[in-house]
Design a protein around this ligand. Structure first.
Ligand code: GRF
Length: 202
């Protein structure tokens, strides 16, 4: 039986699409049990519906506080039987309230080579800093922001005339490879975490 993942999104959902496409092409052996969005208008929800995937919308404004918001996301994921939570363009910071219940079972894609350029607008930060390479990082989520153990990274050049948008586009192509690759490694049971390090088994 395929392992089940829940994908949590906020917007466009191109990384979700890449997961859906890799599954359809037979390159990723998991089932997306549910897509949870914190925005009812997220395009990611349309992508999920088109692929026949169940969706849930949990909006922060409909919740009393952050704990209730996170409880509802947790509930949607558990009801669907998710064994791994994949944050794919989820634009909110989850607190320990949620994260402690999914220890080493949440992964995130970040559009920079961590630990450089954490947080928002990572591609703009890279252009402004003048680095010559950037890329993306897939990592397990811990209670810090973009600080968890790194599963894999992909590198792209930063060109002299790059704008935030042109760099983001180049990085996104690599994100679309990196995230399914990391999920497949997890599905094959090949990821083990010791301290800060993720070891990839043969
Ligand atoms: C990606 O660049 C991801 O790394 C970042 O937000 C963006 C989401 O894009 N966290 P999409 O919604 O998957 O198209």
């Amino acid at each position: 039986m395929r392992k089940k993942i829940g994908v949590v999104v906020s917007g466009r959902g191109s990384n979700l699409q890449s997961i859906i496409d890799h599954i359809a092409e037979g390159k990723l052996q998991v089932e997306v049990a549910v897509v949870v969005s914190d925005h009812k208008d997220a395009f990611a929800l349309e992508r999920a519906a088109k692929a026949g995937i169940a969706t849930a919308v949990v909006e922060r404004k409909g919740c009393r506080d952050k704990e209730e918001f996170e409880d509802k996301i947790d509930e949607a994921l558990r009801n669907a039987g998710a064994e791994l939570v994949v944050l794919a363009g989820f634009m909110r910071i989850l607190t320990g309230h949620f994260i402690s219940r999914w220890e080493h079972k949440i992964i995130n894609i970040h559009p920079a080579l961590l630990p450089s350029f954490k947080g928002l607008d990572a591609q703009g930060q890279a252009v402004d800093y003048g680095v010559k390479v950037s890329g993306c990082t897939v990592h397990f989520v811990d209670e810090g922001t973009d600080t968890g153990p790194i599963i894999l990274q992909k590198v792209v050049p930063v060109l002299d005339d790059d704008t935030e948008e042109s760099l983001a586009e180049r990085i996104l192509k690599e994100e679309h490879k990196a995230l399914p690759e990391a999920v497949q490694l997890w599905a094959e049971g090949r990821l083990s975490i010791r301290g800060r390090k993720v070891y990839i088994g043969k």
